[in-house]
Design a protein around this ligand. Structure first.
Ligand SMILES: [Zn+2]
Ligand SMILES: [Zn+2]
Length: 179
């Protein structure tokens, strides 16, 4: 929990808070295999009329599963985002997104206590790639023999796979026999 209660309702009041945010990979979707240590950084907190504006800056690393070859790889996380928080009648530990009349959004939190892990989790999900790839040109797995084509050549045997191909191959090897 990040306590911003001392600046709530005091425009201009500011403080910088060091942050260490531990996340559970189970809360980050099936592409995230591991979180490699907590995310670390700072929160710049500024008081507003109704709450506080917080600029988060966090770095860390997660391990993702490549969508093509299924191998784990390290993905650096570099989050920088600002969010407005207002204190209101919600449960401690929850964060509800609400909207003003003019359409601008803010997050409602209880008693000036910001559930940082939940807020960071949602921004981290947005920062993860839609299709994780260990490298842009990952060759993936062969659908036939299943080898990782980044590491070894395909082991598929065309002769064994399709009998029609085997017949054709025989004809090509012995043009006379085909007559
Ligand atoms: Zn890959
Ligand atoms: Zn193959």
């Amino acid at each position: 929990m990040l306590d911003v209660s001392e600046v709530v309702g005091q425009p201009g009041a500011a403080k910088e808070v060091p942050l260490t945010v531990g996340l559970d990979p189970g809360d980050l979707g099936e592409d995230v295999l591991r979180v490699l240590g907590p995310l670390t950084g700072t929160a710049q907190v500024v008081g507003t009329e109704e709450g506080a504006l917080v600029q988060f800056r966090l770095e860390g690393e997660v391990e993702l599963a490549c969508g093509r070859c299924l191998q784990p790889y390290r993905f650096p996380v570099d989050l920088a985002f600002a969010e407005e928080f207002r204190t209101g009648p919600v449960a401690v530990g929850s964060a509800e997104l609400e909207a003003d009349d003019d359409g601008s959004t803010f997050v409602m939190v209880a008693d000036g206590l910001i559930p940082v892990a939940e807020v960071v989790r949602q921004y981290l999900l947005l920062a993860l790639p839609m299709k994780p790839l260990c490298r842009p040109d990952c060759a993936g797995l062969c659908p036939g023999c299943g080898v990782n084509l980044n590491e070894e050549p395909c082991r598929c045997e065309p002769e064994a796979g399709d009998p029609r191909l085997a017949v054709l191959r025989k004809l090509l090897d012995n043009p006379e026999a085909g007559g």
